[in-house]
Design a protein around this ligand. Structure first.
Ligand code: 9MR
Length: 689
């Protein structure tokens, strides 16, 4: 039988960028039931998508992938589409040839050389008003859907093929040609259609009146003998035509070598003893884009999974854990020498329906929480040094800052955090355990003060909590106003200091700075200064040893899906090119490195590329630092920490760096004015073009 309307809605939920932070559980619950008759609603093609038995087999393993795709608004299209040289990986929107046939193509009848549509099937959602309706036919050698009612969303009308055997850890090349009678956005995915809905790989594509060849290469993590390739084309009336459809296994793409663009010559990770830089990553886009991966490996010291450890993905069925994505990320991190942050164990968002639909009392839900911690932390025990044990548990309730009303708090009670931390500590006594939240960075902010009170109290009572994660999500408004969006750095420094006084570490865990559209130079300058200033605050605080960016680039950002009026939040842009914030942060590091005798401080030689290291070292007079100066992209890897024990701080109990002002440093003023010059230059180039 055909998958039903609500079934596909759920699939679509995952596919949409607008997976709201708080909308997720509510909408996920909608997925539980199925209704409607497959084949109804104007489906002309009789085919039967593979459901039933295969659904259950794919279910447990594959639901993890759904959120991964859904959790990556804009996904790899931007990430790789515009990436320089397409990175031997994904190259959405390409205009190269239209393969259509291939010895290894899993798709049959992808070229529509006869009038037969088989084995392609159509689906239209008949539960909405008006019911979606399509007719599917081969026209001029293409498979064309004519929608007399398109429904509301792309997933309200689907053209698909079933029964494709996908192999785990295998790269696949997806290619097709698409056109429409008017511009529209469609989605395509590999995955599964039945409950629980699965997206192994999912992308948005612009269809125009001119046929375009779309091509991607992605890493498929899961084994599925009965997968589907779907084109989600609904949303409005019209015609969409497809041709030359290919899904074929291909060799693992080569990872491009990486050279840091930092003028100091040193990537972020060179300064890991000053502060470890991390970034959030999301499967499958992350592992599918060699360019993205090479930047992360080349610059960063740690990664956090953006979605794969969320409870709905890692424990989709009670007691059944799906580690597929996290295992793949962890293996990649290990192979590339990066640390891993577990995120999150206990959170009220992205929870599975079995949890939210269940009937629990204090004892039974505590058992569920313990079993989840056992299952997740236990699986990675000894491997991940840092864990966000409880996420976002403080909120304003009836005007008072207190524990957020969640299933965890409301069922277990005020001590649910105590219990979670104590249990996590029992499972992995060596892991550092964190409470993680947003809007808690600045001392004097009511929420921040409440969290400090809660954490202090936990410390006083001997609860094993090691640190607090300041998420660090900030912004400039569309009108350019910084009100509310740019933090008071002094207040953040003061907050870190009061945590230091109670022996609690602080990590910046999810930093980004979104820009209200449209993007302009002054907003970019505000962003640049923000990133540099916040990094400086962390460096200056003896108890702040980690600074994680919530995503590498604007190409696969969570921001536009959650805040449609905002974008451009990250340090690398949609083409995976570093923004001015990158160099500004790099220079903050270089200055700190010089202070402690490391190479790479800014200065006469420090801004001249490969010789930057020696320039900084000379400036600092650091012992032996000159010997560590290296060519860009060379010195950065691995050698830094052992080479600079004097720079070790905080995390290892080493000395802290000399305190410096959190006011904008003179060198940053120079970066900003250089940025201004560069932008003026770019504008005049554009004007000339
Ligand atoms: O980046 C994540 C995004 O892809 C998901 O859609 C979203 C769903 O809740 O979660 C995002 O990550 C959140 C993190 O886990 C906790 N703090 C807020 C982050 C941004 O929403």
């Amino acid at each position: 039988m055909f998958a039903t309307s609500r079934a596909f809605k759920y699939a679509g939920f995952f596919s949409v960028a607008a997976v709201g932070l708080w909308a997720a559980p509510a909408r996920a619950q909608n997925a539980g039931g199925m209704s409607g008759a497959p084949g109804a609603g104007g489906i002309s093609s009789a085919g039967a998508p593979n459901l039933g038995g295969a659904g259950s087999s794919a279910g447990g393993a594959s639901s993890g992938a759904s959120g991964q795709s859904g959790g990556a608004p804009n996904g790899a299209a931007g990430m790789s589409g515009g990436a320089p040289s397409a990175a031997a990986g994904m190259n959405g929107g390409g205009t190269s040839g239209s393969p259509g046939t291939s010895a290894t193509n899993l798709v049959t009848n992808g070229t529509f050389d006869t009038t037969s549509t088989s084995p392609w099937w159509g689906y239209a959602n008949d539960t909405i008003d008006p019911p979606a309706a399509q007719t599917l036919a081969v026209s001029d050698g293409r498979l064309c859907s004519t929608m007399t009612a398109g429904g509301e969303h792309p997933w309200d009308v689907i053209v698909g093929i079933s029964g494709l055997a996908l192999l785990p850890n295998q790269y696949y090349h997806v290619a097709f040609s698409v056109s429409a009678d008017a511009d529209r956005t469609i989605k395509f995915k590999t995955g599964f259609g039945d409950v629980p809905y699965t997206d192994y790989f999912l992308e948005s594509v612009a269809a125009t009146t001119t046929p375009q060849v779309v091509e991607y290469t992605y890493l498929n993590l899961r084994s599925d003998p009965m997968a589907q390739l779907q084109f989600q084309i609904g949303g409005s009336v019209g015609t969409v035509c497809l041709d030359n459809i290919v899904l074929e296994p291909v060799a693992t793409p080569a990872t491009p070598s990486y050279t840091t663009p930092a003028t100091s010559g040193h990537p972020f990770k060179y300064y890991k003893d000053v502060v470890k830089m991390g970034t959030a990553v999301d499967t499958p886009m992350f592992l599918s884009s060699p360019l993205h991966n090479s930047i992360v490996a080349g610059e960063f010291s740690m990664i956090t999974p953006a979605n794969s450890m969320k409870m709905n993905l890692i424990e989709p069925t009670q007691g059944v854990f799906d580690y597929t994505d996290t295992d793949a990320l962890a293996a990649w991190a290990k192979a590339n020498g990066l640390e891993f942050r577990g995120h999150p164990l206990v959170w009220h968002t992205q929870t599975p329906s079995w949890l939210t639909d269940g009937t629990w009392d204090r004892d039974s839900l505590t058992a569920v929480m313990y079993a989840h911690i056992d299952g997740v932390l236990g699986h990675y025990v000894g491997q991940f040094p840092y864990w966000d044990v409880v996420n976002e548990a403080i909120d304003q309730v009836n005007g008072t800052w207190t524990f957020r009303s969640t299933i965890w708090h409301d069922t277990i009670g005020d001590d649910f955090m105590d219990l979670a931390f104590a249990h996590a500590h029992m499972v992995d006594p060596n892991a550092k355990l964190f409470y993680n939240d947003y809007n808690i960075e600045q001392k004097g902010n009511a929420k921040a003060d409440k969290v400090f009170e809660v954490v202090s109290d936990m410390k006083t009572r001997g609860i094993p909590i090691d640190g607090v994660g300041f998420q660090g999500h900030y912004y400039v408004q569309p009108d350019g106003s910084t009100s509310g969006g740019v933090p008071n750095m002094k207040a953040i420094a003061d907050n870190m200091a009061r945590y230091a006084a109670i022996n609690v570490e602080v990590h910046i865990t999810e930093c980004d700075f979104r820009i209200g559209k449209p993007l302009d130079d002054s907003k970019t300058q505000i962003q640049t200064k923000f990133y540099a200033d916040l990094l400086q605050v962390c460096i200056d605080a003896p108890n702040c040893s980690h600074f994680t960016l919530w995503g590498l680039s604007d190409a696969d950002s969570w921001v536009p899906g959650t805040f449609p009026d905002y974008d451009y939040a990250h340090v690398w842009d949609k083409q995976l090119m570093p923004k001015p914030a990158y160099e500004a942060m790099s220079q903050v590091f270089a200055k700190a490195g010089a202070t402690t005798g490391m190479a790479g401080a800014p200065g006469a030689a420090g801004t001249s590329g490969g010789s930057g290291g020696s320039g900084g070292a000379v400036g600092s007079g650091g012992t032996g630092a000159v010997s560590n100066a290296g060519a860009p992209g060379v010195a950065g890897s691995g050698a830094s920490s052992s080479g600079h024990p004097s720079a070790a701080k905080k995390d290892s109990g080493g000395c802290s760096l000399a305190s410096s002002s959190t006011d904008t440093a003179p060198w940053l003023v120079s970066v900003l004015s250089l940025l201004g010059i560069a932008m003026v230059r770019r504008r005049s180039q554009r004007a000339r073009a």
